[in-house]
Design a protein around this ligand. Structure first.
Ligand SMILES: Nc1ncnc2c1ncn2[C@@H]1O[C@H](COP(=O)(O)OP(=O)(O)OP(=O)(O)O)[C@@H](O)[C@H]1O
Ligand SMILES: [Mg+2]
Length: 374
């Protein structure tokens, strides 16, 4: 899949810009605060219907305007299509259009453009809280597995009900909720374990390539349910979960919440067998996140047959020259939008077949169509 053309009106510091992109690597050079991340953000909005930087759409509207409009023309295996997203600050109205036809619901446009984004803040996936990591994983699961969202939201509702009943000591119906919690919880655990295992295999290959075989990165699903394993059947996990819920009921009553279940699970990252969170250098941790993002892209490609578009913000500053070379080699089949504040990267000899752009104060300028060797 690739983005052929983008038109931005009053989006952040872009007043009225239009650009046609190359279907391989597009490298955007620009000093700080010129609009590089804003550009990636606009593409992201066309895929997810919201920004990755703010929850408030009004922040995305240019200071001197009352609305924004983003139009993206995309080529995919299913043919070409156009996505348009608009927001009117006065009416507080966000609208999406596919091929000019208004979507009844914003969810109709979400994920139509397949995107994987790397943003420096994503270091939280390795270093942040288990809750943040679970949120990240669930986001991936919802995008990759059509039934997941249903199970996930059922589970959340049932969990809320059990937690409420925990406070009502006289109530004897709590087992009804536990039965359901175990049923949906088992589905979530087994699906998450499978996805983490697939991602772990891909990420490990990518990390090895980027470090020329020196380092092995592995991901592991850490279930709060003791002895839960990918080798177990869903029914077995359900029974084990139900037993734990019954066993922990008194403790849970005292604490006022459910202490076991997928809502308490986590993912761990190991580099050459050691937790990267505690032992990895800053560079190794950043590289792990980048490898994970490339693995996500590969996972989407495997599931859908289509390579997603990569949005890689300020990724070059994370890598030394040798890793940059290996990284560019890896971006073989995807369209990528890469931003860099440091124009020193242009001296990299391996930088060939790249569309070069410059972002200056909210304008997108093409420097050269395809860069030839230096
Ligand atoms: N709603 C808005 N309207 C107009 N300008 C905005 C709006 N929101 C942010 N900006 C401006 O956009 C600029 C920041 O753009 P962006 O974050 O894309 O910078 P960048 O090129 O990625 O810089 P860096 O290299 O520092 O990351 C700032 O100058 C900011 O004032
Ligand atoms: Mg930026």
């Amino acid at each position: 899949m690739y983005l052929k053309k983008l038109s931005l009106i009053n989006f952040r510091n872009f007043l009225n810009e239009e650009a046609e992109f190359g279907n391989f690597i597009n490298l955007f050079i620009g000093k700080n605060a010129q609009g590089k991340t804003n550009l990636l953000e606009s593409i992201y909005c066309c895929s997810f219907g919201k920004s990755f930087r703010t929850k408030r759409d009004k922040d995305l509207v240019n200071y001197n305007s009352s609305y924004y409009s983003i139009r993206a023309w995309v080529e995919s295996l299913e043919g070409s299509f156009e996505v348009k997203l608009t927001y009117d600050r006065n009416r507080e109205a966000k609208e999406a259009y596919i091929n000019g036809i208004k979507c009844k619901n914003l969810s109709q446009m979400i994920g139509k453009i397949k995107i994987v984004i790397f943003y420096p803040d994503h270091l939280f996936i390795v270093k942040g809280s288990p809750a943040a990591r679970r949120k990240y994983l669930d986001g991936q699961m919802i995008l990759g597995i059509p039934t997941y969202y249903h199970y996930f939201s059922r589970y959340q509702n049932i969990l809320r009900n059990r937690n409420t009943l925990l406070k009502d000591v006289k109530n004897t119906d709590i087992w009804v909720w536990e039965e359901q919690l175990a049923r949906y919880g088992a589905k979530i655990i087994i699906q998450r374990m499978k996805v983490v295992e697939i991602l772990s295999r891909i990420v490990s290959e990518i990390y090895s390539c980027l470090t020329e075989g020196q380092w092995v990165l592995k991901m592991e699903y850490k279930a709060s349910l003791k002895n839960a394993s990918i080798l177990m059947e869903e029914e077995e996990i359900k029974k084990a979960f139900l037993r734990e819920l019954e066993k922990n009921r008194d403790r849970d009553r005292k604490l006022g919440f459910t202490t076991v279940g997928p809502h308490r699970d986590d993912i761990s990252f190991f580099l050459n067998g050691k937790p990267i969170r505690d032992f990895g250098s800053q560079g190794q941790q950043r590289l792990a996140v980048l490898a994970l993002k490339l693995a996500e892209a590969e996972f989407i490609k495997k599931n859908t047959g289509e390579s997603p578009i990569l949005l890689l913000d300020d990724v070059m500053s994370e890598l030394d020259a040798e890793k940059r070379r290996l990284f560019f080699q890896m971006l073989s089949s995807s369209q990528a939008f890469i931003t860099a504040a440091d124009s020193g990267i242009l001296l990299d000899k391996f930088l060939k077949n790249v569309y070069l752009w410059e972002i200056i104060d909210g304008t997108i300028k093409k420097i050269s169509r395809i860069r030839e060797d230096l």
